[in-house]
Design a protein around this ligand. Structure first.
Ligand code: HEM
Length: 434
C-alpha cells in the first residue's frame, strides 16, 4: 500500500468517488472560492473573525463538492496492509470476531477472501456489489482502510497451531489491569478507519454481513480523531485529556522504522514466513478518569506527562519536536521532567530501545453506570515484536507512571497482522493456503 493518501479532485473530473456532485455547481463554486484549500483557509479566517455573516459566507446552502477529504484513497495491495502507516483517520471501528462453532480453516479462508475483495472495492470508492446498502453512495473513498489480524485462538480453531508465531504468546498481566475478558482478544480482528463516518459505518456493516455464519462478533469499539482540515495546518492529534499525543512516534522516513514496526521480508528464525511484511497490533481500551484529570491544575497535568499542554513541547524547553532533556534540573535541584513523567518512562532510551508506532482512536461511549464519562483512548500500537515494543514499556509504566492514577486499562488484544496482499491475493492467503 502507499504510505500516504492519494488525493484527486472530483470537481475536475478525476475523482474516484461515487459521483453525485454536479460539476457545473462545483465549478461555479470554485470560481467563487478558488480551490478547496482556499475555502478551508477562508473558513479559518472567518471562524477567527466570528459572527453570523462570516459563518454564512463559509457555509453555503448548497453542499460542498467532493473535495480532498472525500477523494483521498489508500491502496489495498502492497508490502504492508493499509491502516498502519496511513495517517490517522477521523473515524474508526475496531471489531473482533470468533469463528462460529464448526467453522475451521476452510471457512476462514473463504471469509478472508470475501473480506479482502470487499475491502479492495470499498477502499477504491466502489460499491460493495449488487446488494450494496447505499450508505456510502455520493462519498469518495475518504481514506478508508481495512486491516485484518489474527488472534492467538484463531490458530487453534483452524488447526494451524504449528504456524502460530511465538509473538502471539499471551501478554503478561499488569498490576493495574482491570480487563474485561468479553471485550478482549478474539479469533479475528478488523480495524476500519475513514475520514467519513458513513463510509466507515458502511464498511463495517458490509464486512459484518459478509461474515455470515462463519464468524460472530465478540466485541466492537468505535473511535474518532480530529477531522482533517480542522486545524490551520496539519498538526499532531490531541487526546481527550487535551494533550498533544503522538509527537515522538517513529517516522517512516527514519532508517530503522521498518525494522521496528514490520516483520522483515525474510522473517527471522522462529517467525513463520507467512508473517513477512506483517506487524503485531496491541489494542488496549484505556478509560480516562476525566473528572479527576480535569480537576488537576494545568501545571500539574504537565508534570504528569513531562510536556507542555499548549503545544506539546518538553518542559525542558524548545518546541514540540525538541528532544527531551532528561537530565536537566531546575533551581530547586529537582529534575524538570520528573522521574515518574509518562514521556520519560516510555522513552525508547529508558527501555533498551523499545519502540512502537502508536496509532490510536479516542472513544466516548456516553456516561458509565457510576455517572462518569465512559471515554478514553483506543490505544493501538504497532511493532515487529511485542516483546520489544509494548511489553517492556507497559511493564515500566505499570510500575511508576504518573499517568496511571488517571487511566484504567479495561480491555486488551494482541493480533498478528499479516503483510499486505499482492494483486489477486487475499489477506492471510499465505497462512491459510500453504
Ligand atoms: C490513555 C493512555 C495514554 C495517554 C493519554 C498517553 C499520552 C501520551 C503523551 C501525551 C505522550 C507525549 C507525546 C508523544 O510523544 O506522543 C506520550 C508518549 C508516549 N507514550 Fe503514551 N499515553 C498513554 C498510554 C500509553 C501506553 C499504554 C503506552 C505503551 C505501553 C504508551 C507509550 C508511549 C510512548 C512510547 C511515548 C513516546 C515516548 C518518547 O519517545 O518520548 N503510552 N503518551
Amino acid at each position: 500500500m502507499s504510505d500516504t493518501r492519494t488525493t484527486s479532485d472530483a470537481a475536475s473530473g478525476t475523482g474516484t468517488g461515487g459521483g453525485g456532485a454536479d460539476p457545473t455547481r462545483a465549478i461555479s463554486r470554485r470560481r467563487l472560492i478558488g480551490t478547496a484549500g482556499a475555502a478551508g483557509a477562508a473558513g479559518l479566517v472567518a471562524g477567527a473573525a466570528g459572527g453570523s455573516a462570516a459563518y454564512a459566507a463559509t457555509r453555503p446552502d448548497e453542499p460542498t463538492a467532493l473535495a480532498t477529504v472525500g477523494s483521498a484513497s489508500v491502496a489495498f495491495h502492497g508490502a504492508h496492509q493499509a491502516g498502519i502507516t496511513t495517517p490517522m483517520q477521523a473515524r474508526g471501528h475496531l471489531v473482533a470476531l470468533d469463528l462460529a462453532p464448526g467453522a475451521g480453516r476452510r471457512e476462514a479462508a473463504a471469509l478472508l477472501r470475501r473480506w479482502s475483495e470487499t475491502a479492495r472495492r470499498l477502499m477504491a470508492g466502489e460499491p460493495a456489489g449488487e446488494r450494496d446498502t447505499g450508505v456510502a453512495l455520493d462519498a469518495g473513498p475518504s481514506a478508508l482502510t481495512v486491516t485484518f489480524g489474527f488472534g492467538r485462538t484463531f490458530f487453534d480453531r483452524t488447526k494451524l497451531a504449528a504456524r502460530r508465531p511465538s509473538a502471539l504468546d499471551p501478554l503478561p498481566a499488569f498490576s493495574s489491569d482491570h480487563l474485561d475478558a468479553r471485550r478482549s482478544d478474539g479469533d479475528l480482528w478488523v480495524q476500519i478507519g475513514s475520514d467519513d463516518a458513513l463510509v466507515a459505518f458502511h464498511a463495517l456493516r458490509t464486512l459484518l454481513k459478509e461474515a455470515g455464519d462463519a464468524a460472530h462478533v465478540r466485541w466492537q469499539m468505535n473511535g474518532f480523531n480530529r477531522s482533517p482540515g480542522a486545524t490551520a495546518r496539519p498538526m499532531t492529534a490531541r487526546n481527550l485529556m487535551g494533550q498533544v499525543d503522538g509527537t515522538n512516534n517513529p517516522r517512516p522516513a527514519e532508517p530503522d522504522f521498518d525494522r521496528r514496526i514490520f516483520v522483515p521480508a525474510k522473517p527471522p528464525t522462529g517467525t513463520p514466513d507467512w508473517m513477512a511484511g506483517g506487524s503485531y497490533a496491541v489494542v488496549r481500551r484505556i478509560r480516562m478518569l476525566l473528572d479527576e484529570w480535569e480537576a488537576l491544575p494545568v501545571d500539574r497535568q504537565e508534570l504528569v506527562i513531562g510536556r507542555r499542554k499548549s503545544d506539546g513541547a518538553p518542559l525542558t524547553g524548545g518546541t514540540e519536536t525538541t528532544a527531551l532533556d532528561l537530565d536537566k534540573t531546575g533551581p530547586d535541584g529537582k529534575l524538570v521532567i520528573p522521574d515518574n513523567a509518562h514521556a520519560r518512562i516510555s522513552a525508547p532510551e529508558q527501555n533498551g530501545g523499545a519502540a512502537m508506532l502508536r496509532r490510536p482512536f479516542s472513544f466516548h461511549d456516553g456516561i458509565a453506570a457510576d455517572g462518569t464519562p465512559d471515554a478514553g483512548l483506543l490505544f493501538i500500537c504497532w511493532q515487529a515484536d511485542p516483546l520489544k515494543g509494548f511489553v517492556p514499556v507497559q511493564r515500566k509504566l505499570d510500575r511508576g507512571d504518573a499517568l496511571s492514577a488517571f487511566v484504567r486499562h479495561e480491555a486488551s488484544g494482541l493480533y498478528a497482522v499479516p503483510g499486505g496482499p499482492r494483486e489477486g491475493e487475499y489477506v492471510g492467503q499465505r497462512l491459510l493456503e500453504s
